[in-house]
Design a protein around this ligand. Structure first.
Ligand SMILES: *Cc1c(COP(=O)(O)O)cnc(C)c1O
Length: 395
């Protein structure tokens, strides 16, 4: 038996569901890469991306995924031998640190917990001990997609300033940009990076960096610079320079359509929608947890992020049968657990182009799977999500 026919719903935290308008925008011939329309497309995208990053600084677009944008961010501001402090809270900042190490940086990890957010006090304390100013940059993810945590970047920025330290604050916003508030300049972030395929609802293949004034000053002395990622080259007047080669035109057409949708809905409304659908998901998981077989990965409620909910099995059992059931029987593809909970959990993404039926449908399917597989769980979790949304979204 199966009830999976129809459009499959991809509930993994990236790539996410692409709006039809984004798909349609790419269905067209290529255009001249030197003429007016291509230049105007780039100018508009760079302007709107800077708005979404919350910066008066410049944004750069790369034909690359998030890992590429990590490398872009690092090579533009660091030199070999520079020390970077990785703020652990999951898996992604660690991965960014691994890239920094391979590029020749000296990497120290400020140990964290797979189930907790970075503690700003710990950042401040570590920086206060660095009297000689050896630490040149901090790497942190705003949302860690593996653990489901949201880090308080504003508080971390304040902690860096409270310590009187001048390390660059570098933030991975791949799983948060365009979904939750991010205010690069107001929060004292020097470099932010992101990718196209998560909250920005565009196919994988575009990476972004945004550079503040302190990052620009560091860039002038950076010894890790390489031709493709280099901001200075991309600041050149020729359109071709802005991409260090042929622009990935079709992805740019798609991104234009996606940003138009985000700006038409209004950033505040987009953030509110994410908050509501995330909270609905948490209400359901909260009820299911009463069965004591599954639990939130993030232990503190206010550290759970609004783009993905990571669930773990309490006894270390595999969640694969549940993930398989949802995919094969119901056409809902859940995210697998990554990092320290690998193999013993699942993730529900509520990121990007998502609405109430997508999320309520997904929650209904997960509950159906829990019941069908005989996994102990509190009943009526999906109903709790409905009840929450009915109150939170009044007539
Ligand atoms: C997905 C993700 C990345 C990696 O992006 P890729 O496009 O897969 O290289 C980096 N950081 C975070 C927080 C992510 O969620």
């Amino acid at each position: 038996m199966s009830v999976a026919a129809g459009r499959e719903f991809l509930a993994i935290p990236g790539p996410t569901v692409m709006p039809d308008a984004v798909l349609q925008a790419m269905q067209r011939p290529a255009i001249d890469i030197y003429a007016g329309p291509a230049v105007a497309l780039t100018d508009g995208l760079l302007r709107d991306l800077s708005t979404i990053f919350g910066t008066a600084g410049k944004t750069y677009i790369y034909a690359a995924n998030g890992h590429g944008a990590w490398e872009a961010a690092l090579t533009n501001v660091l030199s070999r031998g520079d020390k970077v402090l990785v703020l652990e809270s999951g898996r992604f900042a660690i991965g960014w640190g691994d890239a920094a190490k391979m590029l020749g940086a000296e990497v120290e990890v400020l140990p964290g917990d797979f189930r907790r957010a970075v503690r700003p006090e710990a950042v401040e304390a570590r920086l206060r001990k660095d009297a000689k100013g050896e630490i040149k940059a901090l790497l942190v993810a705003q949302i860690d997609t593996a653990s489901g945590v949201v880090n308080d970047i504003e508080a971390i920025g304040a902690a860096v300033r409270a310590a009187g330290h001048d390390a660059l604050l570098m933030v991975d916003t791949v799983a948060s940009l365009g979904c939750v508030p991010f205010a690069m300049d107001a929060w004292g972030v020097d470099v932010a990076m992101a990718g196209s395929q998560k909250g920005l609802m565009t196919p994988p293949g575009l990476g972004f960096t945004a550079a503040g004034p302190r990052a620009r000053a560091a860039h002038k002395k950076a010894g890790m610079r390489t031709p493709y990622w280099d901001w200075t080259f991309r600041d050149g007047e020729v359109h071709y320079h802005k991409y260090c080669g042929t622009p990935p035109e079709h992805l740019l057409f798609g991104l234009r359509a996606a940003l138009d949708m985000i700006l038409a809905e209004g950033l505040e409304n987009v953030f509110a929608r994410h908050r509501l659908l995330a909270e609905a998901t948490r209400r359901a998981v909260d009820v299911w947890s009463e069965g004591q077989a599954i639990a939130f990965n993030i232990s503190e409620p206010d550290e759970r992020c609004d783009t993905v909910t990571a669930v773990v099995t309490t006894g270390g059992e595999s969640a694969q049968p549940l993930v398989d059931y949802c995919a094969q029987k119901c056409g809902v593809v859940l995210g697998r657990a990554l990092g320290k909970s690998e193999g013993r959990g699942f993730r529900i993404a509520h990121m990007g182009h998502v609405n109430a039926p997508m999320i309520l449908g997904t929650l209904g399917v997960v509950e159906m799977g829990l019941a069908a597989l005989g996994i102990p769980h509190g009943k009526n979790g999906a109903a709790a999500a409905v009840e929450y949304l009915a109150k939170a979204v009044p007539a």
